[in-house]
Design a protein around this ligand. Sequence first.
Ligand code: GRF
Length: 212
Amino acid sequence: MKHLGILISGRGSNMLAIASAIREGRLSAADIALVISNVADAPGLERARELGLATAVFDHRGYKREEHDRRMAAALHERSADVICLAGYMRLLSPWFIRQFEGRILNIHPSLLPAFTGLDAQLQALEYGVKHTGCTVHFVDEQLDHGPIIGQTVVSVAPDDTLQSLSERILEAEHSLYISCLQLVVSGNYTIEGRRVVELDTSRKGSVLPGW
Ligand code: GRF
């Protein structure tokens, strides 16, 4: 069983999608240990409380980045969180925090990385005129929107798309992508070769190894 620590700053729809998937048995061998927000009045925090999830607020203001991250890490360790999901967490993590949870921090980004990193990825895609964009779940490393990619979903841009209509379709895709990527990570059924996250072939489990 893996214990998820989910970091949010706002709406929290990805956090809710994860919570629903666990409740409905679409994501197994995982529970939510703690939902942390750096914004006290984040709407997602209230939703998490309504679901009876453990929540904590760590306002970053007045703290150095690493100091803030150390406070969050202490709370996450206290709850035995072993996989960290960034779900609309609008702050960069310190290298210290990333090392604490090395290879166990996931982020979701609303574009097909490496295109359109940073803020307003949906607007960047629309303004660039791409015909296809989407979303990416990746492991977090010390560079912004950069670590090894776990999964991506393509969302086509319609000629009459507005920022709102495109963002809504991407968000819908995000909700299922995050679950399938988390399922893989929680299962531990993958290896990382360079930048490539490679899913292991479970159908070969128990097969006769060469030389046996
Ligand atoms: C999502 O679009 C996600 O890709 C980005 O921030 C947004 C968070 O939305 N990182 P929500 O708070 O999960 O609804």
